[in-house]
Design a protein around this ligand. Structure first.
Ligand SMILES: [Zn+2]
Length: 249
């Protein structure tokens, strides 16, 4: 309910404050396929500099307040090891594979993107911890239905291969292979459906195929997951059922 649209229908939802997120984001960024945003360090330096200048001046306090607003990830308290889905195991992804943010306040979240790992759960966890991988999803659902969270939902995970979609979505990986129907177990569907239902409840996302999408449906995506064996009708049905049972958190 709190996550109403702040931007345009095309998802230009970043920053609601004056000049937020403008400078430095242009250039070749869009469409270059690189998700990384290396400006946070510079931003932190700017804030540090402002703090040093502030001294005791009352004026500076306002200024600092405004700058703090622009610092990603400082608005909400973060607790080490905290998860967004009850019962999830927490394993931190490498910071190179996501960007600190303050969603849904700085970016509206209106999509869930379904992925398949093309490998084991263990190998997916390993690559998401690898700073050289340059990609990771928020969650991985195992064949046994166990959920591992590696990035907080308030942060922007590099999972969709499309910056705008990364900023607006939560990425859920599923252990298995796109060409192997047996990858997708009952336990996995049930657990993933509860996870996605919770995400949809938290951000007011409609449970339909326009908002719960496959990686293959992300504009510009060169990935095919979750592939032909993923049973979308079944999944959406399960998410809807679970959504009905979810109390908003
Ligand atoms: Zn994918």
């Amino acid at each position: 309910m709190g996550a109403t649209r702040k931007g345009t229908a095309t998802g230009a939802t970043r920053g609601t404050g004056p000049g937020a997120g403008k400078g430095g984001r242009g250039g070749a960024g869009a469409g270059a396929g690189k998700d990384a945003d290396r400006r946070i360090g510079r931003r932190a330096l700017l804030i540090g500099g402002a703090a040093a200048l502030a001294g005791t001046a009352a004026l500076a306090r306002d200024e600092l307040g405004r700058l703090w607003w622009r610092m990603p990830g400082v608005e909400k308290p973060r607790v080490q090891g905290a998860v967004d889905f009850r019962g999830a195991r927490w394993v931190a992804a490498s910071p190179a594979n996501f960007r600190w943010a303050d969603r849904p306040d700085d970016y509206t979240i209106d999509r869930v993107v379904v992925h398949v790992t093309q490998g084991s759960l263990a190998s997916a966890v390993k690559v998401f911890q690898d700073p050289g991988h340059r990609a990771a999803a928020h969650y991985i659902v195992g064949r046994d239905g166990r959920v591992t969270q590696m990035i907080r939902e308030l942060d922007v995970a590099f999972h969709a291969g499309n910056r705008e979609y990364n900023e607006r979505s939560v990425g859920v990986e599923h252990e298995g292979f796109v060409d192997r129907a047996s990858s997708f177990t009952d336990a996995m569907y049930a657990s993933s459906a509860r996870l996605t239902a919770g995400i949809c409840a938290r951000y007011g996302i409609p449970v339909d195929r326009d908002h719960v999408i496959g990686h293959v449906e992300v504009p510009g995506a060169d990935h095919t997951d979750p592939g032909p064996h993923w049973d979308w009708d079944r999944y959406i049905r399960l998410v809807r059922a679970a959504r009905g049972a979810v109390t908003r958190t």
